[in-house]
Ligand binder design. Structure first.
Ligand code: HDD
Length: 684
C-alpha cells in the first residue's frame, strides 16, 4: 500500500495521531499499561530508598525532562488559531491556485501571530514587528504566506539576517535587554545599514504596538508571482486587512500592559474566538505587470520598498475567519512549521534576494526545531490532501509505507505515484542569465525616499509618536556615536524629525553628516500609509472598563451593558474588591476584575460609576485616582455619572465634554460617539 492509501485508511487531518482515551478513564503509561498508584514512587519500605526498577517513575520523569524543544530563533513568542479562507469569486484571471477559484469552498487555515525579538515568555505588548503567518491547507497542498504586520523589511539581502537578529536580541555577554530594540547593538547595526531606514520609521510608529492581533494589518512583504491556467504571469503584493480596522496602543499604555497582563494579545484573541466574536481579515493583492513595475521609481524586488496604494490599488480576493482556538498549544501552535517555500501551483517566487534566502532558511530551521525531516507528519503540519512520494524513513517516521518499491520511475508497483506534468507545480518560465557576482543592484540604492514619504504621510500625532519612539530607543543607547549617526540619517529623512528627536535627546546640532548613496526625492504623501487617517470610527471588538461599586443602579448597569454590546464591544466590570457585590436591586454582580489587578490601560475607554459615598472613599485611594488619571493621560474617552464627580475632582481629571470626558447619567449616546474615535488625540 502507498503512503497515500495508508493515510486515507487511517483518516486524515491528524485524527490518526490522536491517542484514544481509555473508555473507563484509566490512567496508563505510554505503553498503555494501567497505573495503580501515580502518587508514590516504588521504595524499599515506607522510608527506604527508591528502586531503579520503578519503570513508571522513570518513564514519567524522562518524558518530562525532554518536554522542551528549541524555541524559534526569531518569532519565539506567538499565538495561533484555526479558521478558514473563502474567495469572494473566481480569480482565474490572476492565478490557477485552486483555493482562489470557487467562492463556495472554505479552505482550512491555521494562523500564528508573533513578536520577533522576545523569547517565548516575553510580554505581548513589546515594541516590535508582529509576525502574521498563515498556512492554507488547500486541496493542492499547503500554501504558507509568512508575512509581517509591516509591509517592508530592515534588510535587502538574507545574508544580513543573522547580523540583524543578533543585534536586536539580548547582548551575548549580559543577556539583556529582553524583547527590545532599545539598546546599542541594534542601533549601532541599523545605523550602519541605511537600507533599514524605511523599516525603522514603521517600527518606531504605532504599528509596532498593536492594540490587538485582530486589529492588525498583514503583508506578504515581497513581490510574488501569480500564474494563471494560460501561463500568464502577474506580479503581486499580498495584504491582509482586518475587519475591525487597524488600531494601536500608546507607548506608556503598552509599558503598563506588559506588567499588568503580559498575555494581553493572546488573551484578547482567545477570548474573542471563545465568545464567538470571530476575527476576520480580507486578503487583497496589488497586481501589476513586469512592464508596469519597470516604470516605478523603485525596484519591486527590493523588500525595503512598498508599492503605494495610490499607484496600485488593492484587489480583494477573499476573507479569512478565525473560529477555533487550539486544543493544545504545544501540539499545534508550537509545532506548526511555516516555510515561505511552501507554495502551490499558480503562486511563485520573485528574485527578491531576501525572499530567496528565506526559501532556504525556514526548512532548515524546522529540522533543528522539530528534530526530523518528518515534521510534515505532525498533525498541524500535515496537508489535508494526500501525500504520496518515495521519501522514506528518518527520525520519528510515523507513516508506514508498504511495498518493495521506493524509487521512481519503476514498473514494479502499479500503485506507485507518478509525476503530473500538466497539473503539478511548475515554476514560471522566466528567462535568467548573467555573471555570478556578489553585488547590490543600483536600483536598490535609494534608502530615504520612501522613509520620508512614510513619515510625511502621517498625521501630526503619528509623527509625534515616531519621534517619541526614536527618542526613547536612542536614549537607551549609551554610545553617543550611535545616536549621532542615527540623527544624521533622520536629517536625511526629514529635518523636522531630526530636530524633534535631537531636542528630546539634548543633542541639537550633533547629527553626523551622512552622504546618501542616491539622491533623496520628495514624493506625494500616501494617505493609505496613515493608520489613523483611514481608521474606521467604531467600537467593534473593543473593551469598555467600568469602575463601579456596591449598590450600582441595576437598570443603569443593564442599559450600559446593552449599549456597549450593541456596538459589538464588551464591558468589563471593575470593583474595589475581587468578590461579588450587590446592585441597587439586590442582584449579585461578579466583577471581571478588581482595581489592584486591572489598570485602566487594559481598556479602550472607561466609565466611572461609584455610588456617592464610594466616590468620596475612592477619591482617597491612589489606585482609583491613578486608574482615572491614567485613562485620561492615555487619551481615553471617560464616561462618568454625577456621583463620580468628586472622584474625578480628587483625581484631577477635568470633566470637559469637549475633551471626551462625558456625563452618562442621561444616556450613552455621547459616550459611544466619542469612544468610536478611539482616542481624544487633541487632549492636552
Ligand atoms: Fe522570518 C520565522 C516573517 C525574513 C528566517 N519569519 C518567521 C515567522 C514569521 C516570519 C511570521 C514566524 C513563523 C511562525 O509563526 O512560526 N521573516 C518574516 C518576514 C520576513 C522574514 C515577513 C521578511 C520579509 N526570516 C527572514 C529572513 C530569514 C528568516 C531573511 C533568514 C534568512 N524566520 C526565519 C527563521 C524562522 C522565521 C529562522 C524562525 C522560526 C521559523 O522560521 O520557523 O527561519
Amino acid at each position: 500500500m502507498s503512503d497515500t492509501k495508508k493515510n486515507e485508511a487511517l483518516g486524515k487531518g491528524g485524527e490518526l495521531h490522536q491517542h484514544a482515551a481509555s473508555p473507563e478513564g484509566r490512567l496508563t503509561s505510554n505503553q498503555g499499561v494501567a497505573v495503580s498508584d501515580d502518587q508514590n514512587t516504588l521504595t524499599v519500605g515506607p522510608r527506604g530508598p527508591q528502586l531503579l526498577e520503578d519503570h513508571l517513575l522513570r518513564e514519567k520523569i524522562t518524558h518530562f525532562d525532554h518536554e522542551r524543544i528549541p524555541e524559534r530563533v526569531v518569532h519565539a513568542r506567538g499565538y495561533g488559531a484555526h479558521g478558514y479562507f473563502q474567495a469572494y469569486e473566481s480569480h482565474a484571471k490572476l492565478t490557477k491556485a485552486d483555493f482562489l477559484q470557487d467562492p463556495a469552498v472554505q479552505t482550512p487555515v491555521f494562523v500564528r501571530f508573533s513578536t520577533v525579538a522576545g523569547s517565548a515568555g516575553s510580554p505581548d505588548a513589546a515594541r516590535d514587528v508582529r509576525g502574521f503567518a498563515v498556512k492554507f491547507y488547500t486541496s493542492e497542498g499547503n500554501y504558507d504566506l509568512v508575512g509581517n504586520n509591516i509591509p517592508v523589511f530592515f534588510i535587502q539581502d538574507a545574508i544580513k539576517f543573522p547580523d540583524l537578529i543578533h543585534s536586536v536580541k539580548p547582548a551575548p555577554d549580559r543577556d539583556f535587554p529582553q524583547a527590545q530594540s532599545a539598546h546599542d547593538t541594534f542601533w549601532d547595526f541599523v545605523s550602519l545599514i541605511p537600507e533599514s531606514m524605511h523599516m525603522l520609521m514603521w517600527v518606531m510608529s504605532d504599528r509596532a504596538i498593536p492594540r490587538s492581533f485582530r486589529m492588525m494589518e498583514g503583508f506578504g512583504v515581497h513581490t510574488f508571482r501569480m500564474i494563471n491556467e494560460q501561463g500568464d504571469v502577474t506580479l503581486v503584493k499580498f495584504h491582509w486587512r482586518p475587519k475591525l480596522g487597524t488600531f494601536s496602543l500608546v507607548w506608556d499604555e503598552a509599558v503598563v500592559i506588559n506588567g499588568a497582563d503580559p498575555d494581553f494579545h493572546r488573551r484578547d484573541l482567545w477570548n474573542a474566538i471563545e465568545s464567538g466574536d470571530y476575527p476576520e481579515w480580507e486578503l487583497c493583492v496589488q497586481a501589476f505587470t513586469e512592464e508596469e513595475a519597470a516604470g516605478f521609481n523603485f525596484d519591486v524586488l527590493d523588500p525595503t520598498k512598498l508599492v503605494p496604494e495610490e499607484l496600485v490599488p488593492l484587489t480583494p480576493l477573499g476573507k479569512m475567519v478565525l473560529n477555533r482556538n487550539v486544543d493544545n498549544f504545544f501540539a499545534e501552535t508550537e509545532q506548526v512549521a511555516f516555510c515561505p517555500s511552501h507554495v502551490v501551483p499558480g503562486i511563485d517566487f520573485s528574485n527578491d534576494p531576501l525572499l530567496q534566502g528565506r526559501l532556504f532558511s525556514y526548512l532548515d530551521t524546522q529540522l533543528s526545531r522539530l528534530g526530523s525531516p518528518n515534521f510534515h507528519q505532525i498533525p498541524i503540519n500535515q496537508p489535508k490532501c494526500p501525500i504520496s512520494n518515495f521519501q522514506r524513513d528518518g527520525h520519528m517516521q510515523t507513516f508506514v509505507p508498504t511495498g518493495r518499491v521506493a524509487n521512481e520511475p519503476n514498473t514494479l508497483d502499479d500503485g506507485a505515484p507518478r509525476e503530473c506534468p500538466k497539473t503539478g507545480f511548475s515554476s514560471a518560465p522566466v528567462p535568467e542569465a548573467g555573471d555570478k557576482m556578489r553585488t547590490r543592484p543600483e536600483s536598490f540604492a535609494d534608502h530615504y525616499t520612501q522613509a520620508r514619504q512614510f513619515y510625511r504621510s502621517m498625521l501630526d500625532v503619528e509623527q509625534e509618536h515616531i519621534a517619541g519612539g526614536l527618542a526613547f530607543e536612542l536614549g537607551k543607547c549609551k554610545e553617543l556615536k550611535v545616536r549621532k549617526r542615527m540623527l544624521g540619517h533622520l536629517k536625511l529623512i526629514d529635518e523636522g524629525l531630526c530636530e524633534d528627536v535631537s531636542k528630546k535627546l539634548g543633542m541639537v546640532g550633533m547629527a553626523d553628516d551622512i552622504k546618501p548613496a542616491a539622491p533623496v526625492r520628495d514624493s506625494e504623501p500616501s494617505p493609505a500609509l496613515s493608520q489613523y487617517k483611514k481608521a474606521p470610527q467604531t467600537l467593534m471588538g473593543k473593551k469598555v472598563g467600568l469602575l463601579t461599586t456596591d449598590g450600582v443602579d441595576a437598570k443603569w448597569l443593564a442599559s450600559l451593558q446593552k449599549a456597549v454590546e450593541e456596538e459589538g464591544a464588551t464591558l468589563a466590570i471593575i470593583a474595589p474588591a475581587a468578590g461579588p457585590f450587590a446592585d441597587s436591586s439586590g442582584g449579585e454582580v461578579t466583577p471581571d476584575d478588581f482595581l489592584d489587578g486591572a489598570p485602566s490601560a487594559l481598556f479602550d475607554c472607561v466609565v466611572v460609576a461609584p455610588t456617592a459615598d464610594d466616590s468620596a472613599m475612592l477619591g482617597k485611594q491612589q489606585a482609583a485616582a491613578n486608574w482615572l488619571r491614567m485613562a485620561h493621560g492615555h487619551l481615553k474617552v471617560i464616561g462618568y455619572t454625577k456621583a463620580a464627580e468628586s472622584l474625578l475632582d480628587d483625581a484631577g481629571v477635568p470633566a470637559e465634554a469637549g475633551q471626551g470626558v462625558v456625563a452618562v447619567d442621561g444616556g450613552f449616546g455621547d459616550f459611544i460617539d466619542w469612544s468610536k474615535k478611539h482616542r481624544v488625540w487633541d487632549r492636552p
